[in-house]
Design a protein. Structure first.
Length: 423
């Protein structure tokens, strides 16, 4: 049987704090199971002098009907606004269901979703949420996350109730690790919790990685550690929100998946490429030279610290005004792999593919608007800083010596400097 579902799409415009209705999104599934998405901007929205596009790739501001059969009919900018693994798990537990349609995840996603978009069944948009969990609620939120991760059938009722603590308000913005959104010090923060299967103190180590990236000269999200009930929680300040007296300004945000017009399934990974991403950023950024230099530095950092989970969801561009810029770096974690001759990043980074290697990275310098000498200088500076500073910095923020030994193999591994004839 064929089916059709639709909703209105709202947006908070640059400089504003209230939603306006921008268009209508529809997904139609035919009898063979093929889903086709369509989107149209509203005439009244297009007539606004302050109207902006949803993204710089698929949904440019124009009086036309956009259609797609990719991603089960979901445009990239809309997919970026949807909950990912953890958020979906929370929604499922709260609903008491394990199977939901994609449209259900879209509509049941929380007000704190990433970016500036909202979705609903009424033409009039809802008022943005004003109340959020605070850091005083972290112990309760950690307990809720623990209950959901335990997934104990004998505690089903408790888990559903605990899921409600995370859904209303504060479901995660995406990703596999347990998290929630809290308000503190006049800003919104993503609270990232520990998980019982963690090999080391992930919250404190990720905080250290963000600090290390900043010492390497990179633009990173602000972060800090809160300890609740003997467990560390990482707080990362949201860079897609700015506080005002009347509420939060929301900034458009689209992932590298959207810029690359690809998905996050295994069959899509051939299109995961820093080189292609550099081409797209060069095309859409208001300051391409600065953003490409920054992106190249992040690739060097990922290679130097074995951040091998640097997939396209972990890169984004922000639209704070009418233009687009590379977002701050986020989700940086070391992978203490065993291999010493070759480690691969998640995305192609040079002529030798995904190989995290100095020669491979520098060979792509032109795609980042860099000379070979500039690229080499950036790589060498970041690798040297990572090598010299990672352990003292981690110890200074409270990472234990045991955890430092666990993650030590991640930093400046042997294959990073293999020569071209060996690469």
């Amino acid at each position: 049987m064929s089916s059709e579902r639709e909703c209105f799409v709202y947006i908070v415009l640059p400089g504003a704090t209230e939603f306006v209705t921008a268009g209508r999104f529809r997904v139609t599934t035919d009898r063979t199971g093929v889903a086709r998405g369509s989107f149209v901007y509203g005439k009244s929205y297009l007539a606004r002098p302050d109207a902006v596009e949803f993204d710089p790739i698929e949904l440019r501001l124009a009086p036309r009907v956009y259609e797609t059969v990719r991603l089960d009919g979901f445009f990239g900018a809309i997919r970026d606004s949807m909950p990912d693994y953890w958020g979906r798990r929370v929604i499922e537990k709260h609903a008491g269901l394990t199977v939901l349609e994609e449209f259900d995840y879209l509509l049941q996603g929380p007000d704190d979703r990433a970016g500036a978009l909202g979705f609903g069944l009424n033409v009039t948009p809802p008022a943005p949420r004003r109340a959020f969990n605070s850091t005083l609620d972290l112990a309760r939120l950690q307990a809720a996350a623990d209950a959901i991760m335990a997934d104990d059938a004998d505690r089903a009722d408790e888990i559903v109730a605990q899921a409600g603590n995370l859904v209303d308000p504060g479901t995660s913005m995406g990703g596999a690790r347990p998290k929630a959104v809290v308000q503190d010090d006049g800003s919104l923060w993503i609270a990232k919790f520990s998980a019982r299967e963690d090999r080391f103190n992930y919250p404190r180590v990720e905080h250290g990685m963000l600090r290390l990236a900043a010492e390497c000269g990179l633009h990173v999200a602000d972060s800090r550690i809160e300890t609740v009930g003997g467990k560390d929680v990482l707080l990362v300040r949201r860079f897609d929100r700015d506080p005002t007296e009347s509420g939060y300004r929301r900034h458009r945000m689209v992932s590298a998946l959207t810029l690359l017009r690809t998905g996050d399934q295994p069959e899509d990974r051939a299109q995961w490429s820093y080189l292609l991403l550099a081409d797209e950023i060069r095309r859409v950024s208001a300051a391409p030279e600065a953003d490409l230099r920054e992106l190249f530095g992040r690739i060097c950092f990922n290679a130097a610290v074995s951040n091998l989970d640097d997939h396209p969801r972990n890169h984004a561009v922000l639209g704070k005004d009418r233009s687009w810029r590379l977002s701050p770096a986020y989700d940086l974690t070391p992978t203490p792999a065993i291999a010493e001759e070759r480690r691969d990043l998640a995305m192609t980074c040079g002529p030798y593919g995904r190989y995290a290697n100095r020669v491979n990275l520098i060979a792509g310098h032109g795609r980042f608007l860099l000379s070979e000498d500039d690229a080499a200088a950036i790589f060498d500076r970041i690798a040297a800083t990572a090598k010299e500073r990672w352990r003292p910095l981690m110890r200074s923020i409270g990472v234990t010596e045991r955890d430092c030994e666990i993650i030590a193999r991640a930093f400046v591994y042997g294959g990073l400097f293999l020569q071209e004839r060996e690469a």
